[in-house]
Design a protein around this ligand. Structure first.
Ligand SMILES: [Zn+2]
Length: 105
């Protein structure tokens, strides 16, 4: 799990009342409708889903809620000799939910 994912999870638990439940974070407050029916993937909590599909059903990007956690990619994921694409990898995995290992080479 990336540090960004950890930081997002922590904030979802602290600020939106999410509860860890195996692979999921659930029971959180939906940022759109304020009901406690939002959930996210525990490992990749970059998108928060509302389970009220007919009445809300919105998806919210963690980036919108916690923009500070997504700042300064270049500083926080410095490319190194061992991983020249570190910044791009971080961007892809965070923004798009891709696992960089699967699209390499
Ligand atoms: Zn909602």
């Amino acid at each position: 799990m990336s540090r960004t994912a950890d930081a997002i999870s922590l904030r979802l638990v602290e600020q939106y009342n999410f509860t860890h439940n195996g692979e999921w974070l659930n029971g959180g407050t939906c940022p759109r409708c304020s009901r406690n029916e939002a959930y996210a993937r525990a490992e990749k909590p970059y998108v928060i889903f509302c389970s009220r599909s007919n009445k809300c059903g919105e998806t919210t990007r963690a980036r919108e809620l916690f923009p500070d956690l997504f700042e300064n990619y270049n500083k926080r994921y410095k490319p190194s000799r061992s991983n020249l694409t570190a910044t791009a990898d971080a961007y892809l995995s965070i923004e798009r939910g891709f696992d960089p290992a699967t699209i390499k080479g």
